[in-house]
Design a protein around this ligand. Sequence first.
Ligand code: E4P
Length: 218
Amino acid sequence: MKLFIDTASLQDIEEIASWGVLAGVTTNPTLLSQVEGDEDDIYRRICELVDGPISAEVVADDVPTMVSEGRRLAAIHPNIVVKLPTMAEGLSATSQLAKDGIRVNMTLCFTANQALLAAAAGAAFVSPFVGRYDDINEDGLGHLAEIVEALGQSAYDTEVLAASIRTPVHVMEAARMGADIATIPPKVFHQMLHHPLTSAGIEQFNKDHAARLARKDA
Ligand code: E4P
């Protein structure tokens, strides 16, 4: 499973990109509202930091605006992927953009049927939201599993991009069920990495190494 980062924070992207683990980035209007600066400049900088699909979301509710804004965003950089909501207008816009060779990430996907419609419209990625199901006391991972299975049985090349990831367990389970990608908030990357036994082991090895050096110098 490929790992994307889910943020518009350049500082966080730079930090996690330096680990050499990032294959792409997703943003959304909420994440962009948390950072300062011109949106197009932010997308350009992200494209410099990470060489992979960078999702930039269109905010519109009519097809012509979705298509023109999608074309405008796609022209910023070849790695930009246009993010559109899973609704009728979003499907129409996706199918038009896909015919022009522009990749679309259909977002706010909650069911296997929505995912199938997104794939049929030509979406390159479909983003099932896990955490938002958990927020309403439903099994987000269970719904993700249905979508992975349904698209896996289909003839479409659409990649399943597990989104609304809130915990390391979400990441691990998405990988185990065969999701193509998970987009992960910076905090969860840190939670994935840290383990008390790793920290304790490093501390002990450093102590033993220092003790050996001290004996050699004595
Ligand atoms: C990613 O594409 C989504 O916009 C994001 O993962 C949503 O996450 P949230 O439900 O934690 O806001």
